[in-house]
Each structure stands twice: as structure tokens, then as C-alpha cells.
Design a protein around this ligand. Structure first.
Ligand code: SAM
Ligand code: SF4
Ligand code: SF4
Length: 334
């Protein structure tokens, strides 16, 4: 098993299958930057499903057991279920999850994904207020269709559905309690995420972050909650349970209470670069090795070597970190 220089094992692989998206969330792909002229990856630059599965198999050899498909918007990649089926056949893969904005998650798609081997799904949804949601996705996408996607995922048996909410001060912090209320007792798990300084384009400011403590405080003031033990080493969300038995919520406090010490995640971009941290400046080109005809041992050794020397812990040292050109979230998928 590959272990990095801070003793963290390699367990999770997040695979971005495309850098494109049908939303322009202001905190991720602001329209002014990701406009008509933005140079997205060409088809030839993207890893094929066969190449992704090949690399995934080598990551599994080095210790990965969990895979998450993300993007950009992963459901923009046609026949994604074909990739899922290929990943599900790799021995050692214990869990395949998907993060999506839900826009293309029909009932039929949800069943096909489940059938192919997806075990868990996370749907991102920032507000239940239609006007706020349309403003945040910035393509005028209605909230009702994302709610329908969450229902579709549940009908397909992809439960509990996780619902990720990025909380941004003065944009949707007024919706926290409503969000919790709506999903209490449904079995779904809402996870509130502190707005992060990923990439270079979203104009992040510390003042826009709503601290995890404040989020827990607003919910707890309505329905008492208590902390729950993590499910496993490296779980990013801090879990809280409603004392009245209406289920649980999660809070991801990447800014105010970083969890780099247990970060077991590697990220593979849509063009085949290995990123060792969400806040990395550069990735390591695995596609070049693969297309250049390198054998499996050479590629596996490259993965292992990079992981061995990994010392990233950006969130813990944010205040002292030297400013660098960071990779965009839409490129590596969060
Ligand atoms: N398009 C898919 C979606 O939105 O679910 C998958 C990719 S998206 C980059 C993955 C997750 O990152 C989403 O839940 C999104 O809300 C989150 N995200 C994007 N930018 C963020 C930021 N600046 N801070 C915190 N979370 C962010
Ligand atoms: Fe697209 Fe997801 Fe980024 Fe929103 S958060 S712009 S849906 S990739
Ligand atoms: Fe992992 Fe980097 Fe995030 Fe720390 S800042 S938790 S090392 S991805």
C-alpha cells in the first residue's frame, strides 16, 4: 500500500471525466471566465474510458478501494455507465460514487448507473429557493429539476442520497435551516460545505465563508443535534445527528477546521494528470506515460513515487501558503 511522507495511505481516487459543465456556479466556474472563448480540453486530450479504467486499475494496485466520478459535470460524458461498468469489474474496487449537479440525472439514467455499479450518489444543490438557486448556478436552472433528480436517485436505490450545499455568506446562508428542514426524516444526508478558495477565478474572500460552527449552531437552534463518530478514517464530513431521530447532517469544514491529516485522496484530471491536493498548482502527466507505451509497472511506480513524496496540506497552512496558480475545481472535480 502506498503511504505518503506524512503517513497517509492512498485510498480514494477522484476521477474527473470532463472539464466542461452545463452550470456556471459563481463559486466554481464564473461566467466571466468560463465564457464562450474559454479553451476547454479537446476530445483527443480527454482520457478515453479504456484509458481511465486502465489507470484506475493501477491506482487500485497501489491501495485505492474507492472511486468517485466527478467533473465538470460527469453526466455530460455520454454513456458514463459504460465507464462505471468497466470500473466495477476491477478487483479491489469496493465503492463507486458519483457527484453531479443533477441536471441530467433522469430516472432512466439513475437506474442505468446503479445497474452498472454506482453505489452512492451526491447531488449538489445550493438552495431550495428557486431565485437563489438560479442565481448561483447562473444558467437559470430551476430547483425543481434537481429535486426530481434526487428523487430519481432514491428510486433507483442509490440511498442515502447525499446533498451537497456550498454555503456562501449573503448568498445562501439564509437557506441553511430550510435545507435541513426539507431533508429531515427523508433518509437523505445534507452536507454543508464551507466555501473554499479553490482555483484562482472565484474571487474567494474569507468574509464569504460561513464557519462550520455557525452552520451547526443555526441548525441546532431549531433541532438539537449531537456529533457522531466518523464512519471511517479520512471521512471529510463531520457528522451530526438530530436528537429526535430525524436522521443526520454533515458539515465539511475545510477552511476553519482542516482535515489534511487524514487526506487519503488522489485526483485524476480529465486529461490524465495526477493531482495530490485540491489546491495543487500542477499535476503529474500519466496520460503521456500511457500513450507513450509505458508498461504497467512503470506507470504504477510513477503513481507510487508521487504518492510517497506527497507532503501537501494546503488547508492547514493556508495562511502562510505562498500564492500559486492553483488548478480549477472544474478541472479536478473537488
Ligand atoms: N458538477 C458536479 C457537481 O457540481 O456536483 C461535480 C463537480 S463539482 C466541482 C464538485 C463539488 O465541488 C460540488 O459539490 C460543488 O458544489 C463543489 N465546489 C465547487 N466549487 C467549490 C468551492 N469554491 N468551495 C466549495 N465547494 C465547491
Ligand atoms: Fe459545474 Fe459542479 Fe462547478 Fe457548478 S460546481 S460549475 S455544477 S462543476
Ligand atoms: Fe487533502 Fe489538500 Fe484538501 Fe488538505 S488541502 S484535505 S491535503 S486536498
Amino acid at each position: 500500500m502506498a503511504v505518503d511522507s506524512l503517513g497517509r495511505p492512498l485510498r480514494d481516487l477522484r476521477i474527473s471525466v470532463t472539464d466542461r459543465c452545463n452550470f456556471r456556479c459563481t463559486y466554481c466556474m464564473p461566467k466571466e471566465v468560463f465564457g464562450r472563448d474559454f479553451a476547454f480540453l479537446d476530445r483527443a486530450e480527454l482520457l478515453s474510458f479504456e484509458e481511465i479504467a486502465h489507470l484506475a486499475q493501477l491506482f487500485v494496485r497501489e491501495g485505492v478501494t474507492k472511486i468517485r466520478l466527478t467533473g465538470g459535470e460527469p453526466l455530460l460524458r455520454r454513456d458514463l455507465e459504460r465507464l462505471v461498468a468497466m470500473l466495477a469489474r476491477i478487483r479491489g474496487v469496493q465503492d463507486i460514487a458519483l457527484t453531479t449537479n443533477g441536471a441530467l440525472l433522469t430516472r432512466e439514467k439513475a437506474f442505468a448507473l446503479r445497474e452498472a455499479g454506482v453505489n452512492r450518489i451526491t447531488v449538489s444543490l445550493d438552495s431550495l429557493d428557486d431565485a437563489v438557486f438560479r442565481r448561483m448556478n447562473d444558467v437559470n436552472f430551476p430547483v425543481a429539476r434537481v429535486l426530481a433528480a434526487i428523487d430519481a436517485a432514491a428510486e433507483a436505490g442509490l440511498t442515502p442520497v447525499k446533498i451537497d450545499v456550498v454555503v456562501k455568506r449573503s448568498e445562501n446562508d439564509g437557506d441553511i435551516v430550510e435545507m435541513a428542514h426539507r431533508f429531515r426524516g427523508t433518509g437523505h444526508i445534507v452536507r454543508f460545505i464551507e466555501y473554499m478558495d479553490v482555483g484562482n477565478t472565484n474571487g474567494w474572500r474569507m468574509e464569504d465563508v460561513v464557519p462550520a460552527r455557525e452552520i451547526a449552531g443555526s441548525i441546532g437552534a431549531h433541532w438539537p443535534i449531537e456529533p457522531v463518530e466518523a464512519n471511517y478514517f479520512g471521512e471529510v464530513a463531520e457528522r451530526w445527528r438530530y436528537l429526535d431521530g430525524a436522521g443526520e447532517i454533515g458539515i465539511i469544514s475545510s477552511v476553519t477546521q482542516p482535515f489534511c491529516g487524514s487526506c487519503t485522496r488522489a485526483r485524476l484530471s480529465a486529461d490524465g494528470k495526477l493531482y495530490l491536493c485540491l489546491f495543487a498548482g500542477t499535476g503529474h502527466d500519466l496520460r503521456g506515460l500511457l500513450r507513450g507505451g509505458a508498461d504497467d509497472e512503470t506507470i504504477a511506480a510513477a503513481i507510487r513515487g508521487r504518492w510517497h513524496s506527497r507532503d501537501d496540506r494546503y488547508s492547514e497552512i493556508r495562511a502562510e501558503a505562498t500564492p500559486i496558480e492553483k488548478v480549477e475545481m472544474s478541472h479536478i472535480g473537488g
